[in-house]
Write a protein that binds this ligand. Sequence first.
Ligand code: CTP
Ligand code: ZN
Length: 154
Amino acid sequence: MTDQVLKVQKIKNGIVIDHIPCGMALKVLKILGIEGDIGSTVTLAMHVKSKNGWKDVVKIEDRYLDERELDKIALIAPTATVNIVKDYKVVTKHRVKVPDVVKGIVKCMNPRCITNQNEPIEPEFKVVSKDKIIIKCRYCGREMDSEDIVENIL
Ligand code: CTP
Ligand code: ZN
């Protein structure tokens, strides 16, 4: 039995981004700028069983997240929980929080938007839907979903 079951390893220190919607784990890595070797262990699990359904999971040893990164993750994986692990134990666990306003972390996808005209205007969006994420540009009204957000992250 045991040699037929290889569980995803626990980590010693770092973060576990859990309950990511299926299909979004690679996008979470992209958002965190993890595209090549970062010199620490990264574990990725896609479409694994969760208590009630299926999820993706990303584990990163010796890496922590700042507020900006947490906001970015919330926008593409609003159901995610972030667990901080110290010496094999989960010391904090919280669900990411989708902000009401998104400022300076996503670029408007409308090339004609004033925020894309070399003016010193910081892109700003209102979050108009939080279950299926939709953000709306404060300046041109363009709406963007999670897929658009990944492509336009700053
Ligand atoms: N985990 C890990 N390494 C550790 C401790 C935990 O990789 N040293 C992972 C677990 O595999 C799990 C997540 O971190 O994916 C959260 O761990 P835990 O809180 O122990 O699990 P649950 O109680 O099942 O979490 P939840 O209720 O959030 O689903
Ligand atoms: Zn715009």
